[in-house]
Design a protein around this ligand. Structure first.
Ligand code: C5P
Length: 224
């Protein structure tokens, strides 16, 4: 049986996480937050005080690490039995993740861990290279983006809401740096798959984005 996969790729802060989680819930499909795999590996690497450029050592950590995902209202991630959820969202974790994510052997090692999420009745996969590398034969592909200013603003409000002190200019710079690193790397750079639906969410609400993505799936079911 052909298990349907919906890939949602795009830069950080475009709303992929929220949109993917809600769509997976609506459809009753599994959800893969591939960024959290890179983030978990970054946490493991930092914990072991391994240099973020040391590819062979990081590959070994990637092979040995045991990750558990508990997908409820929020995602809980355990690394070797320990809950690391609190550290996942930190900007230091995101930046470290984006550095190790540029290492080709690291990406190759994480491929199967991601493909294992493809299970009946379907999968929503969120990341940078879901439609271009990991699930090239996915039935539905979306590229979700928003302007850097809008993404920085959303992140700023999120942090403020959590009572975390934040600086809009610094967040904008961090987002631009991460975009540049993700788009310019040689291995699986962030690019849109040629068969993906392009959505710019700068001026859209979450609900409208979800409607546009669900339309893509519903239209397909209506086809003869
Ligand atoms: O999506 P998120 O911000 O959690 O991802 C953290 C970092 O992990 C990204 O900046 C990117 O460098 C890397 N990543 C990746 N490929 C993916 C998902 C994330 O390279 N599929």
């Amino acid at each position: 049986m052909n298990i349907p996969v919906l890939t949602i790729d795009g830069p950080s802060g475009a709303g992929k996480g929220t949109v993917s989680r809600l769509i997976a819930k609506k459809l009753g499909w599994h959800y893969l937050d591939s960024g959290s795999i890179y983030r978990s590996l970054a946490i493991a690497t930092l914990q072991q005080a391994v240099d973020l450029e040391k590819e062979a050592e990081i590959v070994k950590i990637a092979r040995d690490m045991a990750l558990e995902f508990e997908c409820g209202d929020t995602l809980i991630v355990k690394l070797d039995g320990k809950d690391i959820t609190d550290q996942l969202g930190l900007e230091t974790t995101g930046s470290a993740a984006s550095i190790i994510a540029a290492l080709p052997e690291v990406r190759r090692t994480l491929l199967q861990k991601q493909r294992d999420f493809k299970q009946y009745p379907g999968l929503v996969a969120d990341g940078r290279d879901m439609g271009t590398v990991v699930f090239t034969d996915a039935r539905y592909k979306v590229f979700l983006t928003a302007s850097a200013a809008e993404r920085a603003d959303r992140r700023y409000k999120q942090l403020k809401q959590k009572g975390i002190d934040a600086n809009l200019m610094q967040i904008t710079q961090e987002i631009e740096q991460r975009d540049f690193r993700d788009m310019s790397r040689a291995s699986a750079p962030l690019i849109m798959a040629s068969d993906a639906l392009y959505i710019d969410s700068s001026e859209m609400t979450i609900e409208t984005v979800i409607e546009a993505v669900l339309n893509l799936i519903h239209q397909d079911f209506l086809l003869p």
